[in-house]
Design a binder for this molecule. Structure first.
Ligand code: IPD
Ligand code: CA
Ligand code: CA
Length: 262
């Protein structure tokens, strides 16, 4: 790897914080519009991404950039790809529900190596680098140790406007019968952070994009957790299929609970 991991982690943290400050500066004056039905975007999403893009582009002009708001920079054949969600939880932001974040992940040669997620409402910076552990405001964090589904607090993301027969809804209902609770919060990035620091035991979704997951996956893994697809196969950030957990026997139990049999 050509650039030191620690430097890359610092860059991820700084850019996440820059984005978070912009979100807060727009909080009393933004307007929102629908990109598609019930899928919102605001000036804050765009301004946050522009600031992150210019920070990263100045530092690493050759790196690839992928951001939710129509950002695709191929870079100069670089093995590095920054994966950016300038505002994860736009629906919450618009309703002033204080659960949203900036998520900055970094891939090297197809491997997720760095993640930083900044929650500007709690001033919480989650970050991790491959092999170096995960931290919350620079203190090490670890996943929970619960093993029983019946004692597990879980989180799930459902697709926008999914009907009652949608597989994600059926999985959600199945899980309600088996686990202690299933929360739905509106920010996949913060859900992954919640798994990483043991506030919840698991989080799953079949409807996420790379920018919702990249940083959080590194943070969960480095906090000692496990990430796979919902059927227990190897996770791929380019596929919308994620099960994250504390990595105990709970993980396998959730694979069984989430399996649809018809
Ligand atoms: C959304 C959030 C939400 C998830 C959606 C995402 P956005 O991201 O992560 O939790 O359920 O699928 O699109 O649109 O607020 O960046
Ligand atoms: Ca998102
Ligand atoms: Ca977003």
């Amino acid at each position: 790897m050509e650039v030191a991991l620690d430097e890359l982690r610092q860059a991820a943290e700084t850019s996440a914080r820059v984005g978070g400050e912009i979100l807060q500066s727009w909080a009393s004056r933004f307007t929102s519009r629908e990109k598609s039905p019930a899928n919102l975007v605001t000036e804050a999403d765009i301004a946050s991404q522009e600031a992150i893009e210019s920070f990263l582009r100045e530092r690493y002009p050759d790196h690839q950039l992928l951001g939710e708001e129509n950002l695709l920079e191929e870079g100069n054949d670089s093995a590095y790809r920054w994966i950016i969600d300038p505002l994860d939880g736009t629906g919450n932001y618009v309703h002033r529900f204080p659960y949203y974040a900036v998520s900055i992940g970094l891939e090297y040669a197809g491997r997720l190596i760095v993640g930083a997620i900044y929650d500007p409402n709690r001033d919480e910076m989650f970050s991790a680098a491959e092999g170096c552990g995960a931290t919350l405001n620079e203190e090490p964090i670890a996943v929970s140790n619960s093993t029983q589904a019946s004692e597990a607090m879980c989180m799930a993301s459902l697709p926008i406007r999914s009907d009652r027969n949608h597989p994600a809804v059926r999985r959600f209902l199945n899980a309600l019968e088996s686990v202690q609770s299933v929360q739905r919060s509106g920010s996949a990035a913060l859900n992954l952070c919640s798994v990483a620091c043991g506030r919840v035991d698991a989080f799953w979704s079949n409807s996420l994009n790379a920018w919702d997951m990249a940083a959080g996956v590194v943070i969960v893994r480095e906090a000692g957790g496990q990430v796979s697809t919902t059927d227990g196969a190897e996770f791929d950030v380019n596929e919308a299929d994620l099960l994250s957990s504390n990595g105990t026997d709970l993980h396998g139990a959730l694979v069984d609970i989430l399996a649809l049999h018809d």
